[in-house]
Design a protein. Structure first.
Lengths: 113, 115
């Protein structure tokens, strides 16, 4: 079946560097995408979302890029901090009436001091 | 903190038993979704409840059932537990308005271990 997937299971970066986490999705009908951060022992925490009619959205220190042509989603974190260490999931959804999110398997971000 | 609470935090059951997990949604939210997260994987959608009725279901067998109450809190029931049911069960609340379901806020989860 169609699913959301991630290219790299673990990403290690130096504190202060920028991080880029990538995600590939296969369902061209998906119209809403979200990035979540999950720390150990906690539920997923919303970071940023983007709808399919946009190709870029910025938040505080984070930017999400959507490339519908190649079905690719990325999360950019500026000036990565130790508190950013966590597992990051991309999720996709089809339609607005029911947000049944389809999650990828996750990328672990490790920030080295 | 999201304001979504779940109980219990941890639970140990044996194969064949039944379990009930509980979720209190964030104030003002009317929709609750349940997800199963196996170790090292992303959450998998189980089902969603809106105004006390099921509003969609994922690829889970009928022994996974749920309820939503008038105050929008929810229960997840699993019968005839199997070893593979061991996972973190996440509840997410959101507001459905104008036909659209908005951002989902997750609770901390219930860790279920089936022996």
């Amino acid at each position: 079946g169609e699913s959301v997937g991630l290219h790299l299971p673990t990403l290690s970066v130096q504190e202060g560097d920028n991080s880029i986490i990538n995600c590939a999705y296969s369902n061209s009908a998906s119209d809403y995408f979200i990035w979540y951060k999950q720390e150990s022992g906690k539920g997923p925490q919303f970071i940023i979302d983007i709808r399919s009619n946009m190709d870029k959205r910025q938040g505080q220190r984070v930017t999400v890029l959507l490339n519908k042509t190649v079905k690719h989603l990325s999360l950019q974190i500026a000036a990565t901090q130790p508190g950013d260490s966590a597992v990051y999931f991309c999720a996709e959804n089809i339609g607005t009436g029911r947000r049944a999110l389809t999650f990828g398997s996750g990328t672990r971000l490790q920030v080295q001091p | 903190e999201t304001g979504v609470t779940q109980s219990p935090t941890h639970l140990i059951k044996t194969r064949g038993q039944q379990v009930t997990l509980r979720c209190s949604s964030q104030s003002g939210h009317n929709t609750v979704s349940w997800y199963q997260q196996a170790l090292g994987q992303g959450p998998q959608f189980i089902f969603q409840y809106y105004r006390e009725e099921e509003n969609g279901r994922g690829n889970f067998p009928p022994r996974f059932s749920g309820l939503q109450f008038p105050n929008y809190s929810s229960e997840l029931n699993v019968n005839a537990l199997e070893l593979d049911d061991s996972a973190l069960y996440l509840c997410a609340s959101s507001l459905k308005s104008g036909g659209a379901v908005n951002e989902q806020f997750f609770g901390p989860g219930t860790r279920l271990t089936v022996l």
